[in-house]
Design a protein around this ligand. Structure first.
Ligand code: ATR
Length: 273
């Protein structure tokens, strides 16, 4: 049977095996999908051993996405732009192809919720790896403006500079932001500490779409903040998780699984429904 893995550390709680097993059942593909948790110093050895032993492809998650970017034989244009690899495919001619499906997953999830991106004013909070990965796919949708705000302003400024050629993008300090925005995306890891970037309620109104790349059994601090200021459409990163997986599955198997039912089953599995 064709074998796939997700590499991460820690990775025990990853939902990728659950999601890909459902995709495989749905599309009647014979494959198995497991977990690998090498210590960081052994990531490359472990990845090469997996492919030498017949592995067909893998996902790569924290903290290995940049290492994966450096060690694949070839990069897709979107992985090159993201500076990180979350999906690797062994091609028929033995080449390790590095791709990045995170940004496409975010855009697919936004669209599945009916969020208009073309011509919209988007605010992206954070300037780390998660922000970088979604910039090219977001700019490809043609927003009227994409503003990045980050605690460390220099990082936001560097990203805006780097993606200048792809559209109207600028970095603005948190305290200088001018709302309202049509869409606000939180890519910061602030909620991991139960924290929230310093946001003024004037940045949003009832029709602002709110997206947090994080998720949990209860509202993240960012989603709770937005709801308390009247936001009617709030989304967490669970949809993005399923959509980036569907995109990876498509890269490997050449066919696209449906995501709606899988997302429902994942929520049930997590005790959210
Ligand atoms: P990831 O790969 O998930 O993006 P990262 O590269 O470590 O992780 O980036 C984390 C992001 O969350 C950064 O933009 C970080 O801001 P700094 O660049 O100033 O460090 C942001 N972040 C983390 N904790 C935060 C907090 N408590 N308030 C605001 N921003 C925070």
């Amino acid at each position: 049977m064709d074998r796939y893995l997700v590499f991460g550390h820690p990775v025990r709680h990853s939902k990728s095996p659950f999601i890909h097993t459902l995709f495989a059942r749905q599309t009647q593909q014979a494959l198995e999908y497991g977990l690998a948790e090498p210590v960081p110093a052994e990531f490359e050895t472990s990845l090469r051993a997996f492919f030498a032993e017949g592995g067909k492809g893998c996902n790569v998650t924290v903290p290995f996405k940049e290492q994966a970017f450096a060690l694949v034989d070839r990069l897709s244009p979107r992985a090159r732009r993201a500076g990180a690899v979350n999906t690797i495919k062994l091609t028929d001619d033995g080449v390790l192809l590095g791709d990045n499906t995170d940004g496409a997953g975010l855009v697919a999830d936004l669209k599945s919720h009916g969020v208009a991106l073309t011509g919209s004013r988007i605010l992206l909070l954070g300037a780390g790896g998660a922000a970088r990965g979604c910039l090219a796919p977001l700019l490809a949708e043609g927003p009227s403006e994409l503003v990045i705000a980050n605690r460390t302003q220099a990082k936001a400024a560097r990203l805006a500079e780097e993606f200048q050629d792809l559209g109207a993008i600028q970095a603005v300090a948190y305290e200088a932001l001018q709302g309202p925005f049509d869409l606000v995306i939180n890519s910061t890891s602030a909620s991991l500490q139960g924290d929230l970037p310093p946001l003024s309620p004037a940045l949003i109104h009832g029709d602002t779409a709110i997206y947090d790349m994080m998720y949990g059994a209860t509202d993240t601090p960012f989603i709770a903040w937005a709801k308390s200021h009247g936001a009617r459409l709030t989304m967490d990163g669970l949809g993005m998780l399923v959509e980036q997986a569907a995109e990876a599955f498509t890269v490997w198997r050449g066919l696209r699984p449906g995501t709606k039912q899988v997302l429902r089953e994942l929520k049930r599995n997590l005790g959210i429904l």
